[in-house]
Write a protein that binds this ligand. Sequence first.
Ligand SMILES: [Zn+2]
Length: 306
Amino acid sequence: MDTPRQAPFHLCEEPVQHWRIGPVTVARVVEGITEFSARMFLPELTEEQIDAAGAWAAPFFTEDKRRLLLSCHSFLVKTPDTTIVVDTCVGTHQPRSMQTDPTFLDRLSAVIPGGRDGVDAVVCTHLHFDHIGCNTIEVDGVLQPTFPNAQYLVAEPELAATLADDHMDVLDESIRPLLDAEVLYPVAPDHRIDPWTCLVPSPGHSPGHVCLSIETDTATAVITGDAVHSPLQFTYPSVSAEIADHDSAEATRTRERLVALLADTDTLVLGTHFPTPTAGHLRGGPLPWIEPVEGLDLVGPLRVPR
Ligand SMILES: [Zn+2]
């Protein structure tokens, strides 16, 4: 996600919510919610299209529908074997064009069993600044991995593209300290993490963007990353976030593929920038839409269901 300066920012008042996917649980910890001009962020999306989409779309816009509400949050995924953080938000290392909440990392750590030490893997859906800011933490003036026992997983084409063109100015703060500590693992875009979780190639927003698929015997889910910024892009897959997408045509093909894969299935769609309701089932038809699935508020660290 690219961000204009001075975008209105709401400090986090969102509760930690969680969803159960068979033996896996997923929690959402919100860093903050930002408003963007809908015309600027999704320039091809018309007011008529927003109206035609229906009432379900209302929570994703301000009341006048002129501004898009985008949440920045991390998902914590706990499988029977593995504790995974998916994307680490903006963080506070240096002034960004986007405000952040300095309490975010503490709030995230509080719901991780074992705290920061308890994370086995960090999935970077892609290497934009609003997804990797808390990859590192400053200790005695030195940037170190925030999650010291974790493997940081990045799709190999994404890492190669960012090493060749650091256009979001992220390498020094969020990537090189991980390479120095030998905890950054370039992996295949369809890398399997454990029996329940694997990456899904979804290029377009960035060269090596991935989603995360959660598959169990009884339920499935997918974490979108920035393949879709707003659920309205399921309704209108050709609407690109032009200021943010690396390749709009490829991003459109990825969204069309996701709609074909997910529509009218039981797969829970968890949107990486969707404010509440963050999750739902994709319903098909001429104008696909998201039927919300409210998360349950979480008190205390996340546990796997018994
Ligand atoms: Zn983003």
